[in-house]
Design a protein around this ligand. Structure first.
Ligand code: ATP
Length: 239
């Protein structure tokens, strides 16, 4: 397994946000974690990336315990997080934003190679490379955030709520990006509240509620389960 999250518990000031959550992701898989507001999805994503500390449980990357590792070290081991809200630097150019994503690739040649690779994957970013990132549309900015996270050539890309606040055509654009990345063999964990697009994209799905997994499995198996649609779309609406 590339990633194993075992019996994860994460607290905010002693109040549990994640309680006994288990997920596994194999190399090359595209996995979606879905669930309503406050279910603990973002907390889980941040904890895997080392940004938030766990209270108990284990996070293994290729069998190596990374649960007490710094975010920088987790990134160096190949885990990249696109945080909720994108956090791009609006006044800096697209190119500068991308270069921030590759602090480890100190050698000029490596950075240039990663930049070229991202421009090939995201042609719009090459067209806009010298423009302030803040002048792009929300969908383009989300592509930039994903490309920035890809600059280090991660083994696992975690994307938190990529469609949040985007118009439908931009959501399509972002999800088509994931299809392209999956063709490149990138392992992806997508976090969404609820999304039919997530169902169309993912190999497997985890439905999270109140800090734990309540349903999981291959998407085609889940969607043929009578209780699934109600559990998935019932309370959280569709996007
Ligand atoms: N910084 C924080 N301080 C205190 N409690 C927090 C903090 N961040 C999240 N929580 C709480 O932790 C729980 C899980 O929140 P989390 O953001 O992980 O859920 P989520 O599934 O990602 O929801 P959303 O879809 O709204 O982002 C919630 O009860 C939330 O109120």
């Amino acid at each position: 397994m590339l990633l194993e999250v075992k019996n994860l518990r994460v607290d905010y000031h002693k109040v549990p946000a994640v309680r006994g959550l288990n997920i596994e992701i194999a190399q090359g898989e595209v996995v979606c974690m879905v669930g309503p507001n406050g279910a603990g999805k973002s907390t889980t994503a941040m904890t895997i990336a080392g940004v938030k500390r766990l209270t108990s449980g284990q996070i293994l990357l290729d069998g190596v315990d990374i649960s007490r590792t710094t975010p920088e070290a987790v990134a160096a081991m190949g885990v990249s997080l696109v945080p909720e809200g994108r956090r791009i630097f609006g006044r800096m150019s697209v190119r500068e934003n991308l270069l921030i994503g590759a602090p480890l690739a100190r050698k000029r040649g490596q950075q240039a190679q990663s930049l070229d690779r991202m421009y090939e994957l995201f042609p719009i970013l090459e067209q806009r490379r010298d423009q302030p990132a803040g002048q792009m549309s929300g969908g383009e900015q989300q592509q930039l955030a994903i490309a920035r996270a890809m600059m280090t050539g991660p083994r696992l890309l975690i994307v938190d709520e990529p469609s949040l606040g985007l118009a439908p055509q931009f959501v399509d654009l972002v999800f088509s990006t994931f299809v392209r990345l999956r063709q490149e063999g990138v392992t992806i964990l997508v976090v969404e509240q609820s999304s039919r697009r997530a169902l169309a994209l993912a190999d497997r799905l985890y439905l999270v509620r109140s800090g734990g997994v309540v349903m999981e499995g291959p998407v085609d198996e889940l969607t043929s389960n009578a209780g699934f649609e109600a559990a998935y779309f019932g309370e959280v609406g569709t996007r």
